[in-house]
Design a protein around this ligand. Sequence first.
Ligand code: 4NP
Length: 157
Amino acid sequence: MKKKIKVLFICLGNICRSPAAQGAFENIVRKENKEFMFEIDSCGTSGFHDGELADPRTRKVALKRGIHLTHRSRKLTSNDLHYFDYLLVMDDNNFKDVNSLINDEQTRTKLFKFGSFDPENDSNIIPDPYYGSEREFEKVQDLVEKCSIGFLKFLGV
Ligand code: 4NP
């Protein structure tokens, strides 16, 4: 049996963008009957919201697209950096924070901005919706869906 591809989505609080990304990616992988190929998780750089479900606005927007989010927020650990094959961050601050925890070049090759997998997203960033309106959460959902498709294409599976 082939080894699973281990994918970790990372944002600041692990209650808005990375759970949305996890849910969107799991959904597309399920639709394509590729669940057996992946291990998928998400976390935050901060630990501010440890143990919490995703933000109610994140869950509402995901549910409108048929995605039920049950993930509980957790903080990134140093073990994650070695365990996962892909470390997918949402913005420049996440990139800086995770990059500063990495001390070997092999691990650094696993770090990507998730937004870079959407060819139409010039900024390469999934913007933080936390202080925005529901519209910002819808935008995040649209972006993570497009990036999920792009990331699967990139993997070529
Ligand atoms: P996330 O959004 O990083 O996409 O989960 C945020 C969630 C919480 C906070 C900031 C951003 N906060 O400051 O508590």
